[in-house]
Design a protein around this ligand. Structure first.
Ligand SMILES: [Zn+2]
Length: 337
C-alpha cells in the first residue's frame, strides 16, 4: 500500500481503504451545504448555499468554498377594475368599494411598499432599469372606468403611488367615430386619460374593442392590438409599451402578435409564471375584487400563497481555504477516522 493510497483513504473514502489505487494526483470531493434560508427581508427571500470542494494533489489538500447567495424578490401585481359603490350588474364582482380601496392603499403605504408601473417592472425584469425598490408592488386597473379618475386617482396621488391603466380605446366615453365593443359602465374620456398620464400614470393597451383575443382570426388580433396602441400613443403623445389581455386570455399566436405590435410586456390574470423565466408576455396578476377581504389583500401584498413574479438575483462569492498538509499530517487525520 502506497502513501498516496493512505491519503485518499483518509480524506475521501475511509471506508474503502482497500480500493487499489496506485497513485493519487487529483482527487476532488464536493460537499454542498445549504447553510440556511436566511429568511425574509421585506418581501425578499435570501438563500445561501455553500459548496465546499476538496481537492487533493499529492500531499496537499486544497479546500475551495463557494457561497452562492440568491435573492428572490417577490413582486405582486394587483389587478383592479372599477372602484365604486354603485357598480353595474356586469362590473359588480370586480368593483372594489372606494373605502376598501383607500384602506388597501393605506396598508401599502404603512407597510413601506413602493409601487411602480408595469413598464417599470418589465424594465427591471429585463435588467435594463434602475432595479427594484425594497418592497415593490404594481397596481393596475383594467378597461378604463370613469371611476378611476374620480375615486382611485385622488387616493393614489395622495400617497404618490404610480400605477398602470390598461385602456380599451373603443370603449372610452368620447370615442366618437372610433367607438367599438360594449363598455360595461361609464368609461374615462380622452382628456381624463391624458390627465392621468400627466400624473405619472402609465397608460397601457387593452385592445380596441375588448374581444377574447385567442378566439378571433389573426388579422383581427393584429388590428385590435395596433389600433389600440396607435390611438393611445397619438392621444397621450407618448409611447405605449405594455398591455393586458382582455379577460386574461392569450395563446402563443396572440403573444407573437403582441410582440410584433411592439409591446415589451403583457399581463395575464392568474397564471403562475416565475419572473426569472422571463416570460414577459404572460405576467401573472392578482385579482382584487368586491369580495377580497382585508386578510386576503394582505396575503396578496405580502406574497403568501399566491402566484407572483419572482425576480432572482445571484451573487457568487468565492473563498479559498487552502490547507496544506504534510504526509504525516494526513496520516494523523487518517488515524482519527
Ligand atoms: Zn378588461
Amino acid at each position: 500500500m502506497t502513501d498516496a493510497h493512505d491519503e485518499e483513504a483518509a480524506v475521501q473514502a475511509p471506508g474503502r481503504a482497500e480500493t487499489p489505487v496506485t497513485s493519487v494526483t487529483d482527487v476532488t470531493s464536493t460537499d454542498t451545504t445549504v447553510t440556511g434560508v436566511s429568511g425574509m427581508s421585506g418581501v425578499t427571500e435570501v438563500t445561501e448555499v455553500t459548496t465546499e470542494v476538496t481537492r487533493l494533489t499529492g500531499g496537499a489538500a486544497e479546500v475551495t468554498t463557494v457561497t452562492e447567495v440568491t435573492r428572490r424578490t417577490r413582486v405582486p401585481i394587483l389587478m383592479y377594475h372599477s372602484v365604486t359603490d354603485q357598480p353595474t350588474p356586469a362590473t359588480r364582482p370586480h368593483a372594489v368599494r372606494p373605502a376598501d380601496f383607500a384602506a388597501q392603499m393605506a396598508y401599502l403605504k404603512d407597510g413601506g411598499f413602493t409601487p411602480l408601473t408595469f413598464a417599470g417592472l418589465a424594465a427591471a425584469l429585463e435588467g435594463g432599469g434602475p432595479g427594484l425598490p425594497a418592497r415593490p408592488i404594481v397596481i393596475t386597473f383594467d378597461d378604463g372606468y370613469a371611476d378611476f379618475h374620480t375615486e382611485a386617482l385622488p387616493v393614489l396621488d395622495r400617497h404618490g403611488f404610480p400605477c398602470t391603466v390598461f385602456v380599451t380605446s373603443g370603449w372610452l366615453d368620447d370615442a366618437g367615430a372610433e367607438a367599438a365593443g360594449r363598455p360595461l359602465d361609464r368609461m374615462l374620456t380622452w382628456s381624463q386619460v391624458r390627465e392621468a398620464a400627466a400624473h405619472g400614470v402609465e397608460i397601457a393597451g387593452h385592445s380596441h374593442s375588448h374581444p377574447q383575443l385567442d378566439q378571433i382570426p389573426r388579422d383581427m388580433v393584429r388590428q385590435e392590438l395596433r389600433r389600440n396602441k396607435a390611438l393611445l400613443e397619438d392621444r397621450i403623445g407618448g409611447a405605449v409599451t405594455t398591455m393586458a389581455y382582455p379577460y386574461g386570455y392569450s395563446s402563443a399566436r396572440v403573444r407573437r402578435e403582441v410582440r410584433e405590435a411592439g409591446y415589451k410586456a403583457a399581463c395575464a390574470v392568474n397564471n403562475a409564471v416565475a419572473g426569472d423565466r422571463h416570460d414577459l408576455l404572460a405576467v401573472p396578476r392578482l385579482t382584487v375584487g368586491r369580495s377580497t377581504t382585508t386578510a386576503r389583500f394582505r396575503r396578496a401584498a405580502e406574497g403568501r400563497g399566491v402566484p407572483l413574479i419572482y425576480l432572482k438575483e445571484r451573487t457568487l462569492t468565492r473563498g479559498y481555504a487552502v490547507v496544506r498538509r504534510s504526509r504525516s499530517g494526513l496520516g494523523r487525520l487518517g488515524s482519527r477516522v
